[in-house]
Design a protein around this ligand. Structure first.
Ligand SMILES: *Cc1c(COP(=O)(O)O)cnc(C)c1O
Length: 452
């Protein structure tokens, strides 16, 4: 299988190339050149373990990777989860299910993709012999998941920028208490935007990029989307047979990566009823689904920080399909959106989607209500998935473990939420490096610390 760019100005590439590049050279995002029909596989896949299902699914796309190598990469990627089913579902009532995506090493759904991406990188490095340096900027969950996906990988040195003092203490511990010697958390003086701006400039220096084998782990990597497809298929199988085809997946949404993966699974012939895009108060996507107007607004920090986004970077992939796979049209839309901060879709085709918005006081109320009604504690991101009315069965994706947000949980229900892996971090040493948020300072630090 080959992969094409949403902007249609580069030739198709192999799976490994799309994964190594992340962003396509025409600034588009990679997608499969055609979507396979999975309906014929479902019967055979139903009895597979999570890792086996993931391998079977990736085998359709990663056709340039030897099947035994793929099997090894995938099985390594799900060994650090603390639940044998990897992505278990919990039944709260006859028509209400939760898909727990927080059993990975950093207790958030991003582990599903980043554990796999780390092993894909390691396998590529073993094949090519070329070491890489990964540089990322994070405001929280992604950095921790990336670090845990990459730590200890031969030939990979990881640098993650984060705004010092502006991420939660537990998130900081997840990044800085790993004890790994190939991982460098860089605490910068400034905001997340300062970190991101400096990082972008570093990426633009092509000589430097070549010198250190620079690579990115951002949310637009194709492998991340495909890895996330797998748990929708697995959740579908775990539902009672009479509910499967009626279920709406409710997805706490920021960059649109998670819900896009589910939608792709539906487009590939898995008969899922529909999707709800659940936003927090930063509701650009909710407004879009209600009105067809995609309009930037200021980001207001919320109790669900991993959904505090301005531009939903993966949304471009959906636009590509909604606009009839027309790369030129995608370029025009993205260009106009970039220059005007707004794009008005005349006839926005979003069949099968509904949306909701939840502000901070509603998040706290929902955490309390769900706890009282079902004895189940949800984290502030997952809480957004319990907003609004439904008909028919729904499956809410639990994107993080509540123990990552102890203050919010304590305020909402008056009880502590604890997880042993987070407790263990509290006695470990923090190792971080203070770096100025300038491209020069970042490059100098990286040069001094890459593995040669
Ligand atoms: C990243 C994240 C989200 C948002 O997911 P997107 O793929 O960006 O839509 C939601 N919840 C948690 C806990 C996250 O870490």
């Amino acid at each position: 299988m080959q992969f094409i760019s949403t902007r249609g100005q580069v030739p198709p590439v192999s799976f490994s190339k799309a994964v190594a590049q992340g962003l396509a050279p025409d600034a588009g995002l990679y997608l499969p050149e055609s979507l396979p029909d999975l309906s014929g596989y479902l019967k055979e896949w139903e009895s597979l373990s999570y890792a086996e299902l993931c391998e079977a699914f990736f085998a359709i796309f990663a056709t340039d990777i030897d099947r035994n190598e793929l099997k090894a990469v995938v099985s390594r990627s799900y060994t650090k989860f603390d639940h044998e089913e990897i992505a278990p579902i919990v039944k709260l009532s006859d028509d209400l299910f939760v898909l727990e995506l927080f059993h990975g090493p950093t207790l958030a759904f991003k582990d599903f993709a980043l554990q796999l991406l780390g092993n894909l990188y390691a396998s590529q490095i073993a094949r090519t012999g070329n070491p890489i340096s990964v540089l990322g900027a994070t405001s929280g969950d992604t950095g921790a998941a990336a670090i845990h996906g990459l730590l200890g990988k031969q030939g990979v040195t990881t640098f993650i920028l984060y705004p010092d003092g502006r991420i939660s203490p537990l998130q900081e511990r997840q990044m800085t208490c790993t004890g790994a010697d190939n991982v460098f958390p860089l605490a910068i003086k400034g905001s997340f935007d300062d970190a991101q701006t400096a990082m972008k400039t570093v990426f633009e220096d092509q000589a430097f990029a070549a010198e250190v084998g620079l690579s990115a782990v951002n949310s637009i990597n194709l492998a991340r989307i495909l890895a996330q497809c797998v748990y929708y298929i697995s959740a579908f199988f775990r539902l009672p047979a009479d509910k499967r085809e009626q279920v709406t997946f409710v997805v706490p949404t920021g960059n649109f990566g998670n819900v896009l993966a589910g939608w792709l699974v539906q487009q590939m012939g898995v008969p899922i009823q529909g999707f709800r895009v659940a936003t927090n108060q930063n509701d650009i996507l909710h407004r879009l689904f209600q009105t067809g107007v995609y309009k930037l607004d200021a980001v207001a920090p919320s109790l669900a920080p991993s959904m505090d986004i301005q531009v939903a970077s993966n949304f471009e992939r959906f636009i590509y399909y909604a606009e009839g796979c027309d790369g030129e049209k995608v370029r025009e839309i993205m260009h106009r959106f970039k220059s005007n901060g707004e794009y008005v879709f005349n006839d926005f085709k979003a069949t099968g989607f509904s949306s909701s918005r939840t502000n901070d006081s509603e998040i706290a109320e929902i955490i309390k209500r769900v706890y009282q009604q079902y004895g189940y504690v949800v984290d502030p991101h997952t809480a957004c998935g319990f907003a609004g009315d439904f008909t028919g069965p729904q499956m809410v994706l639990a994107t993080a473990h509540p123990a990552k947000f102890p203050e919010t949980i304590q305020d909402a229900i008056g009880e502590d939420s604890i997880h042993p892996s987070l407790e263990a971090l509290k006695s470990r040493d923090i190792v971080k490096h203070a770096v100025e948020p300038t491209p020069e300072a970042i490059k100098a630090f990286m040069r001094a610390h890459v593995a040669h």
